[in-house]
Design a protein around this ligand. Structure first.
Ligand SMILES: NC(=O)c1ccc[n+]([C@@H]2O[C@H](COP(=O)([O-])OP(=O)(O)OC[C@H]3O[C@@H](n4cnc5c(N)ncnc54)[C@H](O)[C@@H]3O)[C@@H](O)[C@H]2O)c1
Length: 259
C-alpha cells in the first residue's frame, strides 16, 4: 500500500483480463489510494466484469466504445455525477483488423487502416477532449505505446497507428497544457495479452527481447508497465508532458545485440 494517488479519481480503460496492461495499472492505482472506474467494450464486457471482481474494491464499469461520441458523452456524464471531477485517464485501447496486421501491410485497404487509426490513435484525442472539462490542473492522461520509430515484424498498420498515437499525445500536450493537464505515453516492451495474441507473428516481435534488453524482460509480467503508468498519474511528474517513457528493459536504447 502507498498513497501516491491518494484521493485521485481515475478512469482506466482497456481492462479485459488479468493479463491486460490496464489491469496492472488499475490494481496498482487502487493500492496507491486511487478511486477507479473501468470501461468495457462491446461483447468483451462480461470478461471485464469478471476481471473487475478481482479488484478490491470492485470498481464500477462504464460501457465505452471509444469510436462512439455518444458513449464518450455518457461516460463524461456518469463521471460528473459520480465524482464531479476526473484526475486521471489511462488510455489502454488499441485495435487493428486482421487484414491490417500480421504481414498484410501491402494489401490492407483503407477501411481497415482507418479503423486501426481511429481506434488506436484518434481515440486518445476523442476521450481526452470528452473528459477535459472534468479535469483540473494537475490531472494526467497516460496512453500505451509500442515504439514506432522503427518497422517491426507483423505489427504493420498498428505500427503506423502507434506513430500517430505518439504524435497525437504531443499535440494534446500542447493544447491541454494551458489547463494544467499532462499527456504522456508509456512505450512498453512486448507483453502477452489478448491484444498481442491477436497479432499473428507477435512471437517474432518478442523474439530476443528478454535477451537483448540490458535489464532483461518478462513478457508475462505487465507490472513494470503498470507501475510507470501509476507514477505518471501521480503528482511526481508535475513538469512532464508530451513525453514518451520506455518501459522495455532498456531494449530501445541498444543498437545491436548485447549478448
Ligand atoms: N501487449 C503488448 O505487447 C503491448 C506493448 C506496447 C503497448 N501495448 C498497448 O497497451 C494497450 C493495452 O493493450 P493490452 O496489450 O493490455 O491488451 P488488451 O487486449 O488486454 O487490451 C486492449 C483493450 O482495448 C480495448 N478496445 C479495443 N477496441 C476498443 C474500442 N473501440 N473502444 C474501447 N475499447 C476498445 C479492448 O476492449 C481491450 O480492453 C494498447 O494500447 C496496446 O497497443 C501493448
Amino acid at each position: 500500500m502507498g498513497d501516491l494517488l491518494k484521493g485521485k479519481k481515475v478512469l482506466v480503460t482497456g481492462v479485459l483480463d488479468r493479463r491486460s496492461i490496464a489491469y496492472s495499472a488499475a490494481r496498482l492505482a487502487q493500492e496507491q489510494g486511487a478511486e477507479i472506474a473501468l470501461s468495457s467494450f462491446g461483447r468483451a464486457a462480461s470478461l471485464t466484469r469478471r476481471t473487475a471482481k478481482k479488484l478490491d474494491p470492485e470498481p464500477p464499469i462504464l460501457e465505452l466504445d471509444v469510436n462512439k461520441p455518444e458513449d464518450i458523452e455518457s461516460v463524461a456524464t456518469d463521471l460528473r455525477e459520480r465524482w464531479g471531477e476526473v484526475d486521471g485517464i489511462v488510455h489502454a485501447i488499441a485495435f487493428a483488423p486482421e487484414d491490417a496486421l500480421g504481414g498484410n501491410f501491402l494489401t490492407a485497404g483503407w477501411p481497415s487502416v482507418a479503423t486501426a487509426l481511429q481506434t488506436s490513435a484518434y481515440s486518445l484525442q476523442a476521450l481526452s477532449v470528452g473528459l477535459a472539462d472534468l479535469m483540473k490542473p494537475g490531472s494526467s492522461i497516460v496512453g500505451l505505446d509500442f515504439d514506432a520509430r522503427v518497422a517491426w515484424p507483423a505489427y504493420d498498420w498498428m505500427g503506423v497507428a502507434k506513430a500517430a498515437l505518439e504524435s497525437t499525445s504531443r499535440y494534446l500536450a500542447r493544447d491541454l497544457g494551458g489547463r494544467g493537464i499532462r499527456v504522456n505515453l508509456v512505450s512498453a516492451g512486448p507483453v502477452k495479452t489478448l491484444a498481442a495474441k491477436g497479432i499473428s507473428g507477435f512471437e517474432e516481435i518478442e523474439g530476443e527481447w528478454g535477451r537483448q534488453a540490458p535489464l532483461g524482460w518478462d513478457t508475462a509480467d505487465p507490472e513494470p508497465v503498470g507501475r510507470a503508468v501509476v507514477s505518471l498519474l501521480s503528482d511526481w511528474w508535475p513538469a512532464t508532458t508530451g513525453e514518451l517513457i520506455h518501459v522495455d528493459g532498456g531494449y530501445h536504447a541498444m543498437g545491436a545485440p548485447i549478448r
